[in-house]
Design a protein around this ligand. Structure first.
Ligand code: SAM
Length: 275
């Protein structure tokens, strides 16, 4: 387990992932009924953009750093309020915890002990958030179905291991068996079109009846302080997306993608079912 999200926090892929997460959470908040958020690979929750690891890659400068002048409403306003103009960039568990109501809860699972300790401190002020140091895939099976019968599961592994795509799809399959109506948000890197398409195929094989795919490709690797080539394309699959999310994400990407890169190509499409 060498992966540390601190090198990548606030990059273009985080921007699109977290914007989508916020949009989903705002949909869930439209009903009074409680919901649960399960974050299977939570990370440390708060990332100091001035710290050495973030500065070394400079990825955030080509992500949240490019949204300095952006204005908006709804999910965009909420995301910018949480993520911008601060030295600390919020990870998915901190974003989710910030949007919980009294009746909702978050379970954030992280395997790495040091990351878990930092996450526990980042979520210290959120009584409705619980941190677990464990394997996110193993715990997910045990946590479903949630008592609330409503909610979102974020599956955001590091994709260090060659079989991580299969593990993520397998977790979805197990999840859908226990909690068929849940919303599942899966993030994945796009290093080749064939690998990304194969993953989308695995998601369908896992039993997803309704699924959206959201892709962003910057077109070129953005310049970074260390001059190294960085990830330039990433995707999300949303299984059982809330009604209206597809159109909303399309409109949001139209505004955000050109700021992330002048050559960006971003799109939203149904890979299973439709509205
Ligand atoms: N979801 C976070 C966010 O958006 O802010 C970023 C998560 S980062 C991409 C992946 C995290 O998963 C790392 O912190 C890593 O330590 C952790 N991890 C790796 N394998 C894991 C496992 N089997 N179960 C839980 N966490 C794991």
């Amino acid at each position: 387990m060498n992966y540390r999200h601190a090198f990548h926090a606030g990059n273009f892929a985080d921007v699109v992932k977290h914007l989508t997460l916020v949009a989903i959470l705002l949909h869930l908040r439209r009903k009074d009924a409680p919901f649960v958020v399960i974050d299977t690979h939570a990370g440390r929750g708060a990332y100091d953009l001035k710290a050495e690891d973030a500065a070394r890659t400079g990825e955030w400068m080509n992500g949240i750093g490019r949204l300095a002048l952006l204005e908006g409403d709804g999910a965009l306003a909420e995301y910018l309020k949480l993520a911008r103009n601060k030295d600390i960039y919020p990870g998915s568990p901190l974003i989710a915890a910030s949007l919980l109501r009294l009746q909702d809860r978050l379970i954030a699972i992280e395997k790495h002990p040091e990351e878990t300790a930092l996450l526990t401190s980042a979520l210290g002020y959120f009584p409705r958030a619980k941190v677990e140091e464990d394997d996110g895939y193993r715990r997910l099976a045990a946590l479903l179905p949630p008592a609330e019968r409503r909610g979102v599961v974020l599956i955001d592994p590091p994709y260090e291991a060659a079989d991580e795509f299969l593990a993520a799809a397998e977790a979805l399959r197990a999840g859908l068996k226990r909690f068929a109506t849940g919303i599942y948000l899966l993030w994945f890197p796009i290093k080749s079109k064939a690998q990304a398409d194969a993953f989308a195929g695995e998601v369908l094989n896992a039993g997803a009846q309704k699924a959206l795919r959201i892709d962003i490709d910057l077109g070129a690797s953005p310049p970074t302080p260390d001059g190294k080539d960085r990830l330039r394309a990433a995707g999300l699959i949303v299984v059982n997306p809330p009604f209206g999310l597809a159109a909303e994400m399309e409109a949001l990407l139209k505004r955000v993608a050109p700021l992330l890169s002048e050559n960006a190509i971003a799109g939203v499409r149904w890979i299973a079912g439709a509205e």
